[in-house]
Write a protein that binds this ligand. Structure first.
Ligand code: AMP
Length: 517
């Protein structure tokens, strides 16, 4: 496979049309070139999660201020191309400025307040330029997943807001910061640093590590941690600190205490070179991926009602967090994890009462999609689910039902891959054990059906009836099975259309839920 080098928007759009016609999944990795290991980590992740990978290289004038380094920003197209070819990228979009901003271009995206703090305060207009070009790239490439680096944490927050606020049909995946051996975050701008500046630059990550160490040893007061960081900068005359802050990962507002998921941001100047870095606080020993998920999906513990200790839930949650086999790090939402961490503890003081487990298709794409998030305001999915199960509202629902998903963090839109179902089935198998008195499992939609047949019941692909055929006559189907985790007793499986994914609807199965199989 050779990498295609594309310079025009028109050619890129026809490439995308071709890919789409083959129903392949598409990844976009937006960059400004001068590529290094940080960029390549995003490309590798994209290769794992999608069939086709497009990398864009565009030094975006709209995100540089008039006195900034647009003209002298490092550019190295030949080396970039070599790197991307060996990384087996399918296409590189490297448009000239006039392709992205043709004459007459006048529409810009204003990300609001969040773009005016920290980097936004230092670089007015920067995030307006970023958001505008990213939206334009999304519309040109129409990726299923776009990959961004935690290195630019504020950018991540702004892009995630952009996607949510404008309902963009793209999933945002965030990858951890790639660092040099001494901790310095990899950055295209590091090439500007003299040998002495390069040595001093490691202070950014050292100061963050120091704050993390203090927090892990019990000193969580943000002011104390920041004072310690500032002291370290004061002792290094080559570095001028622009800001150090400990913030809430969603709002970027300063917090009083560094809690798991809080983020320390730092920016400093070495002569004309500006460097930024950040660190997500997490429990000792937590992986970078787990910290990212804490910051991007977890509610902050101090805003939560105190959770009942549930060790069995906690240990399953850890397994899901550490699921690395699928190499999926989708941070848009991880409902399985949230479900276990928050809702299972909040809504089910006694898991023994659950008689019916419902398995939905893939992880909800947006925060409003899960009935557990806003129990008082049913969404289309929960309304139809309640009709299907014959319950009036969330209170009735949670009295005997629990809901989980077939595919977790890495499902892509409406297309769920076989390997995704296989990986996620391991978590589902574990989850089933949490509900020892389940009598009925309601399986919603084709993917959940295929997963259950193949990876829970262990049936051969050739012996599995096609889902439309199975449901054709009644709009639903049932069978009794024995599952290893429940010993010899029978469990009834009810197969229904997914309430919102499919065009067809199943009739209510309420009558079959109360009796034993
Ligand atoms: P840039 O070319 O600097 O605009 O970066 C392109 C993408 O690569 C952005 O999503 C960055 O956050 C990401 N990136 C840059 N440096 C790193 C790094 N050291 N580790 C992880 N991602 C990075």
């Amino acid at each position: 496979m050779s990498t295609r080098w594309i310079f025009t928007v028109a050619e890129m759009m026809s490439f995308v049309t071709e890919v789409r016609s083959q129903t392949k999944t598409l990844a976009l990795v937006p960059t400004m070139g001068a590529l290094h290991e940080g960029h390549l980590s995003l490309v590798r992740q994209a290769r794992i999660q999608c069939d086709v990978v497009v990398v864009s290289i565009f030094v975006n004038p709209a995100q540089f201020g008039p006195t900034e380094d647009f003209a002298r920003y490092p550019r190295n197209p030949e080396k970039d191309f070599e790197l991307l070819e060996s990384a087996k990228v399918h296409a590189v979009l490297a448009p000239p400025v006039e392709e992205v901003f043709p004459a007459g271009f006048s529409t810009f995206v204003d990300p609001g307040h969040i773009a005016t703090v920290w980097e936004g305060a230092q670089r007015p207009g920067h995030f307006r330029g970023v958001a505008t070009v990213v939206l334009r790239l999304f519309n040109i490439v129409r990726p299923d997943i776009a990959f961004f680096g935690q290195k630019d944490f504020q950018q991540v927050v702004i892009i995630r807001r952009l996607v949510e606020d404008l309902n963009l049909p793209v999933r945002v995946v965030v990858c951890p910061v790639v660092r040099e051996a001494d901790g310095l975050a990899r950055s295209s701008r590091n090439v500007y640093l003299s040998a002495e500046d390069r040595r001093a630059a490691a202070l950014l990550s050292r100061s963050l590590k120091r704050a993390e160490g203090l927090a892990q040893s019990g000193e969580a007061g943000a002011e104390k941690l920041l004072a310690e960081m500032r002291k370290m900068f004061a002792a290094e005359p080559r570095l001028q600190l622009d800001y150090a802050a400990i913030v809430d990962p969603a709002t970027l507002e300063p917090v009083t205490h560094a809690l798991p998921g809080s983020v320390a941001l730092v920016a400093a100047r070495l002569g004309k070179v500006r460097l930024i870095d950040n660190l997500i606080f997490g429990p000792p020993g937590s992986s970078p991926e787990m910290k990212l998920q804490l910051a991007l999906t977890a509610p902050q513990p101090d805003r939560e009602s105190p959770a009942t200790p549930r060790p069995e839930i906690d240990s399953l949650r850890l397994k899901i967090e550490n699921c690395r086999d699928c190499a999926a790090l989708s941070s848009i939402s991880l409902p399985a994890r949230e479900f276990l961490f928050k809702y299972l503890k909040r809504d089910y003081p006694n898991l023994d009462v659950i008689r019916v487990l419902v398995i939905g298709g893939c992880a909800p794409m947006g925060p409003s999609d899960s009935p557990y998030r806003h129990p008082e305001q049913p969404n289309p999915f929960s309304t139809r689910l309640y009709e299907l199960l014959g319950v009036r509202d969330f209170a009735e629902f949670k009295a005997s039902f629990a809901l989980t998903d077939a595919a977790r963090c890495h499902a892509v839109g409406n297309r769920v891959e076989e390997r995704t179902l296989e990986y996620c089935a391991r978590h589902l198998r574990e989850e089933l054990k949490l509900f020892p008195n389940v009598q009925t499992i309601v399986i919603l939609g084709e993917y959940a059906y295929l997963q259950f047949q193949r990876h829970i019941l262990g049936r051969e692909r050739t012996s599995i009836k096609a889902f439309p055929e199975l449901l054709k006559a009644e709009g639903w189907a049932q069978e009794s099975v024995q599952l290893p985790c429940y010993g010899e007793r029978d469990v009834r499986l009810l197969y229904c259309y997914h309430p919102t994914f499919e065009n067809k609807r199943s009739p209510s199965v309420a009558a079959y839920l109360s009796s034993k199989p």
